[in-house]
Ligand binder design. Structure first.
Ligand SMILES: NC(=O)c1ccc[n+]([C@@H]2O[C@H](COP(=O)([O-])OP(=O)(O)OC[C@H]3O[C@@H](n4cnc5c(N)ncnc54)[C@H](O)[C@@H]3O)[C@@H](O)[C@H]2O)c1
Length: 259
């Protein structure tokens, strides 16, 4: 049976780790050829190496999503290798925040530039080819924190809220060119970023409360986000564009306070 992404080329930012690497692996398992970029090299325990083994090869380029010239080079390199890009997943991102009275402007810029400007730049350089070929699917990765506030979320929430609305604009701007754009809003997912904040970082003291706010009573796994991305990337989602898709174990469903 043909894979759900058979014949498609997927380019993933933040591919070295967590959700991005899980997307690479799920996409490869469904027949995609895979290309990834990241600031970091894939860590030994990420899914990227397994994805490459599955796909029988892949392109990995080091680069910063804030660097437009580098993004342009990488997109060109992927097209040299594979001829086209059918799917873009914007997963590169960083955690951050702090109450705004206490937040350095440089730190604000770092988070917003990686999470929001990075999504803009990668999309800008990929969507041109998608418009030329009159097909493509862009899957942005925002957060439940792009839908709701979170104490001290500031730069992170603003960046992810920006990604949510940018996604809708892209759906409007490119829908008639055959390009679909959707955004996944993950709940809290067990990845290296999550562990740096929730296990080894400042939020460890409230980790149980955050877990409890997920109506399934647990945190998510990277593959659970990758499965949603797979659907949006594939032709099964051929009539789906401009959608904000929480994949959050019920985090945004509401609260369990009893009246
Ligand atoms: N893990 C969660 O709980 C969670 C929840 C909601 C949203 N998200 C979002 O999911 C996406 C993936 O996060 P993750 O949890 O897999 O984290 P992760 O840290 O495991 O992976 C993120 C990757 O992005 C890369 N990256 C960071 N800055 C970059 C830059 N300037 N240029 C290129 N690559 C860069 C990192 O090197 C890393 O490999 C992020 O956008 C994150 O905000 C994560």
């Amino acid at each position: 049976m043909a894979g759900r992404l058979e014949g498609k080329v997927a380019f993933i930012t933040g591919a070295a780790s967590g959700i991005g690497a899980a997307c690479a692996l799920r996409f490869a398992q469904e027949g995609a050829r895979i290309a990834g970029m990241d600031l970091a090299k894939p860590s030994g325990d990420s899914d990227w190496d397994e994805a490459v083994a599955f796909a029988g090869g892949g392109v990995f380029e080091s680069g910063d999503v804030r660097d437009e010239a580098r993004i342009a080079e990488i997109v060109a390199a992927v097209k040299d290798q594979f001829g086209r890009i059918d799917v873009l997943v914007n997963s590169a991102g960083v955690a951050g925040g702090g109450m705004i009275h206490d937040l350095d402007a440089d730190e604000w810029d770092r988070v917003v530039d990686i999470n929001l400007k990075g999504t803009f730049l990668a999309s800008k350089h990929v969507v041109k080819g998608m418009v030329e070929q009159q097909s493509g699917s862009i899957v942005n990765v925002a957060s439940v924190e792009g839908i709701e506030g979170f104490m001290g979320g500031s730069s992170y929430n603003a960046s992810k809220g920006g990604v949510v609305v940018l996604t809708k604009n892209m759906a409007i701007d490119y829908g008639r060119s055959g390009v679909r754009t959707n955004v996944i809003c993950p709940g809290f997912i067990d990845t290296p970023m999550f562990r740096s904040v929730m296990v080894d970082g400042p939020a460890s003291v409230i980790a149980d409360k955050i877990m409890d706010a997920h109506q399934l009573g647990r945190f998510g796994k990277p593959v659970e986000i990758a499965n949603a991305a797979l659907f949006l990337a594939s032709d099964e989602a051929s009539f789906v564009t401009g959608v904000t898709f929480p994949v959050d174990g019920g985090y945004t469903a509401g609260h369990r306070f009893s009246l």
